[in-house]
Design a protein around this ligand. Structure first.
Ligand code: PA5
Length: 425
């Protein structure tokens, strides 16, 4: 379901540049769980081994909840936020006609944003899902307090029926609080870290309330699991990992820019940035993951990519074959704008031609390596596939670099400083 096209990557035959032994040895770290951080490889066979009883319970609770509410407030940050949003936007689009409205909070301490959302839901029927693996993260913690307070003010004792917690099975303040207050809880497995958790209740529960076909997501993930089992470069996830590794370590590129031509993929690129940035950016190593959405950014950063500093960045393009929706360009009798030459084309055809033109401009004239990832469509099955595929590629890529893909020591530094300044005991 993903084809890695390296024709414009400026790399000669990838199999000749990278030793097959290196790929095989690195793959062992994943499949034999012999690498650093191997306690966090629970996502590897999760599409097959996920807890079916808990999944059934999530389906039941989500069904009841969505009948009672207009808006679901999803509280969470980082790995407890980005996956659900990436999936929901990719699958349902930005203005879905059906399903529950989802609003994300707790990923910012912005008073303006948080207060605007509070005001917005004051007159609406809403529910809350509070997601935190540690159960102690400050940003979602304080956001939850204000939304919980509002819900209790509106609904009284019935509020507890409208609140769900997704957290550790036994540890952390959120688990203690949810049990004490009688909120339904779902479990984040011990062996799956935040940025690898979209297929656990972290992503699945909010997506069920949104009305996403999560069975199809698991089907896609299972397919990706099968398709990425090989320990050599016939594995497409490893092809991508190897190409970016060579561009970084042998050709000197420092930045990877993930390019999308679909606005509804923007949050997917945010999820990808966290996945690769937090997994690889340590010990003074790693590519800086950045993203753009074209055409929007062709009219801003496009200038830099075409003509700016060379040898700095390469692009990875998400080329989506079939759009979620399509529309044709109408003919105009007077043709004052001169656009009638396009009237027998659809928007998607023009978007695809733009993509080809940009690749030629950036790769040929601009000398920017382009990796193209060819993807069939934007639906639930495809999301499940992509999510698993990128996680596998990320694990390979980080191990190739010689870093632990599953920890994030750098994230702790700001927390310590913030707590000190806030006077936390
Ligand atoms: O990937 C990660 O581990 C982080 O981004 C966490 O998901 C994020 O800090 C949120 O943590 P928690 O779920 O414990 O609130």
């Amino acid at each position: 379901m993903i084809k890695v096209n390296l024709d414009n990557s400026k790399l000669e035959n990838i199999e000749k540049i990278i030793e097959s032994k290196l790929i095989k040895e690195t793959s062992k770290k994943i499949f034999e769980k012999s690498g650093a951080g191997s306690d966090f490889l629970g996502w590897l066979d999760w599409p097959e081994k996920f807890d079916k009883t808990e999944y059934k319970k999530m389906q039941e609770v989500a069904k009841q909840l969505k009948e009672k509410i207009e808006v679901l407030i999803v509280v969470g940050i980082g790995g407890s936020y980005l996956g659900a949003r990436a999936a929901d936007e990719m699958i349902r689009g930005l203005y879905p006609k059906n399903g529950c409205e989802i609003i994300y909070v707790g990923n910012t301490i912005s008073s303006t944003y948080t207060k605007q959302v509070l005001d917005y839901v004051e007159t609406k029927k809403f529910g809350i899902v509070n997601i935190s693996k540690s159960g102690t993260t400050t940003e979602p913690g304080i956001a939850f307090r204000v939304f919980e307070n509002l819900l209790i003010k509106k609904e009284g004792s019935k509020a507890s029926e409208l609140i769900v917690a997704v957290t550790d099975k036994s540890r952390g303040a959120l688990k203690t609080m949810a049990d004490a207050k009688g909120y339904t809880t779902f479990t984040i497995p011990d062996d799956i870290g935040g940025r690898f958790s979209v297929l656990t209740p972290v992503g699945i529960f909010p997506l069920l309330v949104a009305g996403v076909d999560t069975d199809a997501m698991f089907e896609g993930a299972k397919q990706a699991m099968k398709d990425t089992k090989a320990d050599d470069l016939s594995n497409s996830a490893y092809q991508y990992a190897a190409a970016r590794y060579v561009l970084h370590t042998k050709k000197g590129y420092k930045v990877e820019t993930l390019v999308s031509y679909e606005l509804q993929m923007q949050m997917f690129t945010e999820w990808w940035k966290q996945l690769f940035g937090e997994s690889e950016g340590k010990d003074g190593k790693g590519l800086l993951p950045t993203s753009v959405v074209f055409s929007t950014d062709l009219h801003s950063l496009g200038q830099f990519i075409q003509d700016g500093t060379k040898g700095l960045l390469f692009e990875t393009i998400l080329k989506i074959k079939n759009p979620l929706l399509n529309l044709s360009i109408p003919a105009d009798e007077v043709n004052l704008d001169g656009l009638n030459y396009l009237h027998n084309k659809s928007f998607h055809e023009v978007n695809t031609i733009a993509l080809q033109g940009v690749i030629e401009a950036h790769a040929n004239e601009g000398n920017i390596p382009n990796i193209i990832l060819e993807i069939e469509e934007m639906n639930a099955k495809s999301f499940g596939y992509l999510a698993y595929w990128f996680m596998k590629a990320c694990a390979m890529s980080a191990y190739l670099l010689g870093v632990n893909p599953f920890d994030q020591p750098g994230v702790e530094v700001y927390k310590k400083n913030m707590f000190k300044l806030l006077g936390k005991k």
